[in-house]
Design a protein around this ligand. Structure first.
Ligand SMILES: C[S@@+](CC[C@H](N)C(=O)[O-])C[C@H]1O[C@@H](n2cnc3c(N)ncnc32)[C@H](O)[C@@H]1O
Length: 426
């Protein structure tokens, strides 16, 4: 029995521990695809530390330093982030001298150490990855706000590329930098550069030849049809909420333009399948972690987006009857699908997501979905070694893949359990 095993069923296995240690216990070449997002350098403390010695009543919080404690040499004020405040970081508590023990990555004292740790972890990943497997690695950049080993305050650290190059030097094939474009990024108050609205997803492989199903993620080609002028007044519905509740004056035209079925028809269809699946609207909203489903089932409500349609299909088990019309995507600014497809491009526009119980950035489901569809077949094994709330695991399970998740914190593994249990329950 594996000492790190946290829970296991036919589809999902969870391990609690430092991923570099856990990976050493897994068989070589047993994973087909890895989709993961490590903590970014010095951005967030995931609260996994335990303290040894010192005063049991001390909360070991950095605020004490601000109250006039003299920081010792063991105390390092790290602050990078998106030009905001990073995290305060101790190895020894300046209040009570307790020693910090922490297995989480991301809070290394120097950028160099962070990169070295990443190389060590992904060396173990390379061992467990099948020869034709792929690694999809999401990383975001940050700015230095203090003099830190050669970085000046205001310097962009270039950390994603530093990690990518270090992995390349360690033998990985660096195959692509995919830009994750965030259409609605976090607002920033900067006036001397652009607001940051992207992160990276690096596609890395263990061998020159690897499994990659381009057709599984092909995208529809589009052509302009002079639609924008007519729809000017309805800009918001088109640009921000392609399938959202449509204002009555534009409803008919948009439904015709997009060749959507009448809403009532879709509503009846979905309600019938919802009854068969014996699910309440609340249960569906819980599954999506959103109130949108409520509008799909009400008169003159909204249409599920193409991605939501696919997920709803997995949940309710409905047939293919409306698939084509409900998943035909009309792009922003009045571009209409031509019926042809093209190879997926390297800029992915996906809105950020949150998960109800988590305080950190989680993957929007579409992101791991693209990686898993391109990187695996049904029945293959997908690993997320920084599992967090378990988005990768949930998507893998929904797509009929097996999933393995690792995290240092039990609280996060419980979230993973909750998200992956839902499918089994329904
Ligand atoms: C950016 S979050 C991942 C979020 C995830 N993609 C999602 O959709 O929820 C990073 C996670 O890595 C975990 N972590 C940090 N260092 C770790 C380590 N050495 N071993 C295992 N997990 C670690 C943290 O506890 C945190 O949950």
């Amino acid at each position: 029995m594996n000492e790190y095993l946290y829970s296991k069923n036919d589809q999902v296995t969870l391990y609690k521990g430092n991923n570099v240690d856990v990976l050493k216990t897994l068989p070589a070449e047993s994973i087909n695809c890895v989709v993961t997002s490590p903590p970014y350098y010095n951005l967030r403390d995931y609260g996994s530390a335990t303290w040894i010695g010192g005063d049991a009543n001390c909360d070991h919080k950095s605020i004490h330093a601000k109250r006039g404690m003299n920081p010792t040499n063991d105390y390092v004020k790290q602050s990078t982030s998106n030009e905001g405040m990073g995290v305060d970081f101790y190895t020894t508590c300046p209040m009570c001298n307790a020693m910090k023990q922490d297995e989480q990555l991301g809070l290394e004292a120097t950028p160099k150490e962070y990169v070295e740790n990443m190389v060590q972890v992904f060396k173990e990943v390379k061992r467990v990855l099948a020869k034709n497997g792929t690694l999809w690695l999401n990383l975001g950049d940050s700015y230095s706000t203090f003099d830190n080993n050669g970085y000046k305050p205001k310097d962009l650290m270039g950390m994603p590329w530093r990690v990518a190059f270090a992995l390349q030097d360690d033998g990985w094939y660096l195959r692509q930098d995919i830009i994750w474009h965030k259409p609605a990024p976090m607002p920033e108050s900067v006036r001397d550069r652009c607001t940051k609205s992207h992160e990276y997803i690096f596609l890395l492989s263990k061998s020159a030849k690897y499994y990659y199903d381009a057709d599984a993620i092909k995208e529809p080609t589009v052509s302009a049809k002079g639609f924008t002028e007519r729809m000017n007044g309805n800009k918001q519905s088109i640009e921000q909420k392609p399938y959202a509740v449509i204002e009555p004056e534009f409803r008919k035209e948009i439904i015709e333009y997009r060749d959507l079925p009448e809403h009532n028809v879709i509503k009846e269809y979905l309600s019938e399948w919802r009854n068969k699946a014996n699910l309440t609207i609340q249960e569906i909203e819980d599954h999506f972690n959103s109130q949108a489903p409520h509008h799909w089932f009400e008169t003159n409500g909204s249409y599920p987006s193409a991605v939501d349609w696919e997920e709803l299909k997995l949940l309710l088990g409905f047939d293919d009857f409306w698939d084509k019309r409900m998943t035909t995507i009309y792009e922003k600014s009045g571009m209409k699908q031509t019926g042809e497809y093209r190879n997926k491009r390297s800029v992915w526009s996906i809105n950020t997501a949150s998960y109800k119980d988590s305080h950190f950035a989680v993957f929007p489901k579409e992101l791991p979905m693209n990686c898993i569809k391109a990187g695996t077949r049904e029945g293959d094994v997908v690993l997320d070694l920084f599992a967090g709330s378990g988005t990768t695991l949930q998507v893998a399970q929904e797509l009929g893949r097996k999933a393995i998740g690792i995290d240092v914190k039990a609280e996060f593994l419980d979230m993973c359990l909750e998200r992956t249990k839902q499918m089994g329950l329904f």
